[in-house]
Ligand binder design. Structure first.
Ligand code: NCD
Ligand code: ZN
Length: 294
């Protein structure tokens, strides 16, 4: 038996299907890390003033490209913009933005589930005309899949979202293109598999690496806090199995989400893990550990 040790890997330039780039000096600081490794990225719209209209998306995309053109070493980077859905989203503006190539997708944040989601959707039923139009044109819907019901335990919010909100939504709009983002549970993995390609999911590097113990390891660890929050070990194992399975409905989406250190290390610290610096290496490590590099 000859054992061959891999010393070199060639990876086709990947895309990151979930990125927070922020604005201003933060944008300038973090963008090079994503642009250096990824050809294209789905840009999250949850700015302090969210990207709710075509005009705001055009402006934000311009600011991203401006920030990039000042950087050396990056040949090409394509930011794909998303529309932040609210109770008041106008189907016409949204669909025009999609048809004109400004919006790649629309993002659903149930109100108050995560960073800058206060303007998110309070009642999904109000958006039925929007979903109807999206279904007809093929515009993808990206979902932060957690219920915003404070009575639901934070570790159950994804599982309950799938049952209470996502399944009925898909029943109602069977041809809507849906991506359940940053999945964290075995229930989400099972659900995606059961849909056999009708619904896709992204998986972050951190949810493949940490479980919820990491939040409390020898003390409170604010840099391990993100939303959806990391779950039990069995969920992490299910995610690793899904990510390395080769099934085409599980995508790479880092959810790299930078915050100032002062906002993370605080009495009420923000949710978000900044991973852009080493995202591809972290995924690669997971594939190696799972003996799935091939
Ligand atoms: C994200 C952020 O900081 O914008 N935070 C996070 O914990 N993932 C928002 C999000 O994607 O939920
Ligand atoms: Zn995110």
């Amino acid at each position: 038996v000859i054992s061959v040790k891999t010393t070199e890997l060639t990876i086709r330039q990947p895309d990151d299907w979930h990125v927070h780039l922020r604005e201003g000096s933060m944008l300038k600081a973090v963008l090079p890390y994503t642009a250096r490794q990824f050809a294209r990225a789905i840009i999250m719209p949850n700015l302090a003033e969210p990207v709710t209209t075509v005009a705001r998306a055009v402006d934000y995309r311009h600011r991203i490209l401006q920030a990039l053109s000042e950087e050396d070493g990056v040949k090409e980077f394509l930011p794909l913009m998303t529309a932040y859905l609210t109770d008041k989203t106008e189907p016409a503006d949204l669909i025009d933005g999609y048809k004109d190539g400004i919006f790649a997708a629309a993002k659903l944040y149930p109100a108050n589930t995560t960073t800058n989601s206060a303007n998110g959707v309070t009642d999904i039923r109000k958006l039925e005309p929007v979903f109807h139009n999206m279904e007809e044109t093929g515009m993808p819907l990206l979902i932060h899949g957690e219920v915003n019901d404070p009575m639901v335990d934070i570790f159950d919010r994804e599982e309950i979202f799938i049952r209470r909100v996502l399944k009925p939504l898909i029943m109602m709009f069977p041809n809507l293109k849906v991506v359940l983002e940053h999945i964290t549970t075995s229930e989400a993995v099972d659900f995606i598999r059961s849909m056999e390609g009708k619904v896709a999911a992204t998986i972050t590097p951190h949810h493949l690496i940490i479980n919820r113990n990491a939040l409390f390891q020898e003390g409170l660890r604010p840099h391990h806090y993100c939303l959806p929050v990391a779950k039990r070990e069995r969920h992490r194992l299910a995610l690793r199995n899904a990510a390395t399975s080769g099934e085409p409905w599980f995508f790479l989406g880092t959810d790299t989400a930078p915050h100032p250190i002062s906002a993370k290390e605080a009495s009420c610290g923000c949710a978000g893990i900044f991973s852009a610096l080493t995202a591809l290496e972290l995924y690669t490590q997971v594939f190696e550990e799972e003996e799935a590099l091939d």
